[in-house]
Structures are given as structure tokens and as C-alpha cells.
Design a binder for this molecule. Structure first.
Ligand code: NAP
Length: 352
């Protein structure tokens, strides 16, 4: 454990370019011994962010070995799992191996934890070449070391849930917390509950966002999904008031589909699709004065901003910050209290 003073936000780990925060860095130093306020994690598993995995899968035509080589290569080159195309990362689980005496994170050696800060800023080394991964799933068995800064966040893994399930829930736990916050805020401001549309409602962040909207007593919830299979699943699980089918990248079709159940558009639209090109559909599907949460990492900020301007759409647009206070505990509570969430996550992970 080094006693050299360090930066709580990890500036001392930035190799290039100088002066940027770790998330914006091209390369981090994952090798130096932990500083007195850092925590060292022995990594078990990575959870690649859905947009990142889909991009890698598409770029390598589904060739698992090539996808594995790409991930190993990114981490070797960048000192972190930061997909250079999507700009997104994911998170990891592992066991605390060392805790600096000045760490404020309240972790102990031996704790099983999930990191709640993105892999795009987490110094990481891989020591097994990802030999146990076939390259065909978002969850990646991995031996390696990761470092948490003083200002990082991590959650202890619950003893009563499978690690893989907790990992998948924690990865997207920012979405339900932000949805709940915006639903509450709308009610306080307008004096009634909002209508809520979720694009990609059958996915992980989408189903949790729907569960959050229901838990906060949204006036009506609608899931936009892309095919009959996802629609039947959601109807079977009874998680949502209405399910409509549309390609979320088709702006007009998406808005028309939402309007069939919420004429005039949703007060809140949450984008949880893992492909690019959903900005305009989300804006068109949202009522005047409403709000769009762009949780998807495949969102283009210029496309959203210029699209709203071009449509003269008076909508508030929120970047889906992955962190909201209490987000991990809230997502876990939805997993435990909403049976549909458990079964949809389990089905998705089995299919993976
Ligand atoms: P997911 O479980 O794969 O869900 C995505 C859903 O979108 C799936 O049901 C997918 O259907 C559906 N979909 C894909 N293309 C569609 C289309 N054209 N029209 C309608 N639906 C479509 O993904 P996730 O883990 O929830 O992640 C969703 C997004 O959140 C990703 O972009 C991810 O990067 C992002 N994310 C953001 C944060 C943050 O901090 N802001 C954190 C984690 C993840 P299929 O399964 O049939 O493809």
C-alpha cells in the first residue's frame, strides 16, 4: 500500500491525456500499488454494458473468440474496459483484497462487492486472458485486479441472491431510481401522476423503469417493444398497463404506437433501448412540457438536442446519470417485491 498522496477522484491514475478525469482518459495506470485511500478488488466477473456488448457483437459478426480478443485488447491498451466506439463500459463483481487505511468506502478485506462506478473509469488488469469466456454473453468470467478510488462507490453483494442476478440488476440500477425521481417530481409540479412510456420496456433497465413507474403510481404505463415475443412476455408478467410494438428507431411508428394508448404523448418517456437512433422517436412520443430520460448509452446528444429543436418540441431531456442516491437498494427492493422483475431478468440471463 503506497503512502503517496492521491486524488480521491483518481487523477493520479490518468496516463493520457494529461489533466482529464479518469473517465475521459485514453489510458489509465492499473498497475501501480494501491494508494492509502484506494481499495483493491480481485475481480470475478465483468458485466459489459448492453450497448457496448451489442456493438462488439455486431462488429465481429458474433464471433466469440474475436469479441473476447477485442475486450482483452481494449483493457490491455486502455487500462480499463472502455469501449472506444460506444464510450460505455459496465461494472464488475469481485472480492476486496486490500483496503487502504484512509479509504472512506467502509469496505473490509474479504467483502464480496459490485462496483457501482463505470468500468470506463475503473483501473483494471486482466490476468487470465478471459480464458473462461466464450465471448457470447454480456457477463464475462474474469480473473484480474481493479482499483476503487476514495470517491468510487461499491455495494456489498446480497447473500440471498445469485451473484449474476445482483450484477445484472446493479448494472442498470440508475434507471429505476431516476424514473421514480422524475415521476415524483412531475406529481409535485403538476398535481397529478404522469403517464410513462418506456422504449425497450422488456429489457433489463426498461422493465425496472416500468416497475419503478408502477411503484410510484404513474397514471398509465406503456412499454414499447419490438416484437410479439417481447410483447407476450410483458403481457404475461402483467408489469405494465399497455404494450405496443414498434421499432424504436422508427420515430413516426414509435410516436404513433404510444399515441394509440396515450393520445398526445407520454408525460415521461424513458429510453432503455440498446441501439442508436431512438432520440427522435422518444421526443415525438412525449407530450408538450414532458420529460425524456435518455438512459441508453447509444444516445447521441446532438441528435437529441437538434431533433427537439427541429420539431419545436418543448420537452425536458435528461441524460441518464447512472448514479442517484439509494439507487442500488431501490433496484434490489424492486427485484424482491415485483415477481415480474425476477422472472424477466432470469429469462434474459438464461437466454444470454
Ligand atoms: P437490454 O436488457 O438489452 O434491453 C434493451 C431492450 O431494447 C431489449 O429488450 C431489446 O430487444 C430492445 N430493443 C433493441 N432494439 C430495439 C428497437 N429497435 N426497437 C425496440 N426495442 C429494441 O439492455 P439494458 O441492459 O437494459 O441497457 C439498455 C441501455 O441502457 C443500453 O444502451 C445500456 O448501454 C444503457 N445503460 C446505461 C447506464 C447508465 O448509467 N446510463 C447503465 C447501464 C446501461 P432485444 O432483446 O430483442 O434486442
Amino acid at each position: 500500500m503506497s503512502t503517496v498522496p492521491s486524488s480521491p477522484i483518481g487523477l493520479h491514475r490518468v496516463l493520457a491525456p494529461a489533466g482529464v478525469l479518469p473517465q475521459a482518459a485514453d489510458r489509465l495506470d492499473p498497475q501501480s500499488p494501491p494508494r492509502s485511500d484506494e481499495v483493491l478488488i480481485a475481480v470475478d466477473k465483468l458485466n459489459l454494458d448492453a450497448a457496448s456488448y451489442r456493438q462488439l457483437h455486431t462488429a465481429h459478426n458474433g464471433d466469440g473468440a474475436a469479441i473476447r480478443d477485442a475486450v482483452v485488447g481494449i483493457v490491455a491498451e486502455r487500462g480499463k474496459m472502455h469501449n472506444p466506439v460506444t464510450g460505455s463500459g459496465g461494472m464488475l463483481i469481485g472480492t476486496v483484497e486490500a483496503v487502504g487505511p484512509d479509504s472512506p468506502l467502509d469496505l473490509n478485506v474479504g467483502d464480496r462487492v459490485a462496483t457501482l462506478v463505470s468500468l470506463t473509469l475503473t483501473p483494471l488488469t486482466i490476468t487470465d486472458g478471459l480464458a473462461d469466456w466464450d465471448g457470447l454473453s454480456e457477463q464475462v468470467p474474469c480473473s484480474g485486479r481493479a482499483t476503487l478510488f476514495a470517491r468510487s462507490i461499491a455495494a456489498r453483494l446480497p447473500d440471498d441472491e445469485p451473484d449474476d442476478l445482483s450484477l445484472a440488476v446493479f448494472d442498470v440500477c440508475g434507471a429505476p431510481a431516476l424514473t421514480a425521481r422524475v415521476v415524483d417530481r412531475f406529481r409535485d409540479r403538476v398535481g397529478r401522476a404522469p403517464t410513462v412510456a418506456v422504449l425497450g420496456g422488456a429489457g433489463k433497465s426498461g422493465s425496472l423503469s416500468l416497475a419503478a413507474a408502477v411503484e410510484r403510481k404513474a397514471e398509465r404505463t406503456v412499454a414499447v417493444v419490438r416484437d410479439d415475443t417481447e410483447a407476450s412476455l410483458l403481457k404475461h408478467e402483467k408489469l405494465v398497463d399497455n404494450v405496443v410494438i414498434a421499432d424504436a428507431t422508427d420515430a413516426v411508428a414509435t410516436a404513433e404506437a404510444v399515441a394509440t394508448v396515450i393520445p398526445g404523448g407520454a408525460d415521461l418517456t424513458v429510453v432503455c433501448v440498446d441501439v442508436p437512433g431512438c432520440e427522435h422517436g422518444a421526443i415525438l412520443a412525449t407530450a408538450e412540457g414532458g420529460t425524456v430520460i435518455f438512459f441508453s448509452m447509444a444516445t447521441s446528444f446532438p441528435t437529441a438536442a437538434l431533433g427537439a429543436e427541429g420539431l419545436a418540441a418543448d420537452v425536458e431531456m435528461i441524460v441518464g446519470n447512472g448514479y442517484t442516491p439509494g439507487h442500488a437498494g431501490y433496484a434490489m427492493s424492486l427485484l424482491k417485491t415485483v415477481p415480474a422483475i425476477r422472472s424477466m431478468f432470469q429469462a434474459r440471463m438464461t437466454a444470454d
